[in-house]
Design a protein around this ligand. Structure first.
Ligand code: DON
Length: 308
């Protein structure tokens, strides 16, 4: 690696200073509780494969993981069922559409990929367990292993999303009609809504990202959590689908597998090098953190991060 990690603290502090007063973007209103957060929150974290942690800004601020949980839900099913069984229910094609698109693949009626809401709901159906309680225990344990840290849960955001989540409900019932969902849709949605409401910090996310960058071994706990072949599948789908209708421009301007969430987080995986996370709640029209995009784009240039 020609890039010296000694430069990381200075780079992330510079980017933090540059963008800390930037106030473009809006908070999501479709989950009312998310529109009540302080838009000024801003933090950046980088975790190297040696387990070094660098942060800038309010790194202790927690926020809900939202769609950034989707790569890990996918990972759980790859580990527990194997890729063939998962592919039977969820494709690996980008949609070119927003995260909540109500669109299924022609003929098979599968969701396009595990990163859009429909795909993650179908994936939630595949996580073994008799009910949402069994499934959420598995999810919590997996996320905490990835983060090497206990994680909290935001009951207000969860209740807010569950109350207002009729778009996801519509999607779930459509998938029930096509036999993609095989259980009670309300139970499956419960697992999905709960999975989106775990609380993380940028450091937690950067450790999770670094675990993917390190072929599934957590650089903090040194525990192998996901098999390397499954990590390959996860980061491949993150690269093509993780940023939804912004995936092409993201590949072009940043060039690393990444996942965004409507809480305002983005995490990125630089294979063999590091995990990165940014948190800043104001979003652009595609539901992606505006300062998050800017920081990733500049870091990619400054540290030569693109995999291409
Ligand atoms: O299902 C939803 O709409 C939210 N729980 C997650 C959406 C999300 O984070 C989209 N990503 N940018």
């Amino acid at each position: 690696m020609s890039f010296s990690k000694k430069r990381i603290p200075k780079i992330i502090q510079e980017l933090y200073n540059k963008y800390k007063d930037h106030d473009e973007g809006t908070l999501p209103t479709y989950i009312p509780e998310l529109s009540r957060v302080d838009p000024k929150h801003f933090s950046i974290a980088v975790v190297t494969l040696d387990g070094d942690v660098f942060t800038a800004g309010e790194d202790a601020q927690t926020f809900t993981i939202q769609s950034m949980v989707k790569p890990f839900l996918y990972g759980i099913t790859l580990e527990k069922l194997g890729p063939e069984a998962v592919l039977e229910k969820v494709g690996v094609e980008p949609t070119g559409d927003a995260f909540n698109t109500i669109k299924l693949l022609p003929k098979s009626n599968r969701p396009y990929n595990p990163m859009v809401n429909a795909g993650a709901i179908a994936i939630s159906n595949l996580i073994p367990g008799n009910d949402y309680h069994d499934r959420i225990v598995i999810v919590k344990e997996a996320l905490e292993q990835m983060a090497a840290s206990p994680l909290g849960f935001d009951i207000s955001v969860y209740t807010s999303e569950k109350t207002m989540g009729h778009h996801n409900r519509a999607m779930a019932y459509l998938m029930l009609k096509f036999g993609i969902l095989t259980g009670n849709p309300e139970e499956i949605l419960e697992s999905y809504f709960q999975a989106c409401s775990f609380l993380v910090t940028v450091k937690d996310l950067a450790v999770m990202a670094a675990t993917l960058a390190n072929k599934g071994t957590n650089p903090i706990s040194q525990t192998q959590i996901i098999q390397p072949k499954n990590v390959k599948d996860i980061i491949c789908v993150m690269m093509t689908c993780g940023m939804y209708d912004f995936a092409g421009e993201w590949a072009y301007t940043v060039g690393i597998p990444a996942k965004s969430g409507v809480s305002g987080g983005i995490f990125g995986v630089v294979p063999g090098r590091m995990g990165i996370a940014v948190y800043s709640p104001p979003l652009d029209e595609s539901g992606t953190s505006i300062r998050g995009i800017k920081v990733f784009q500049e870091m990619a240039q400054m540290m030569d991060l693109s995999i291409f």
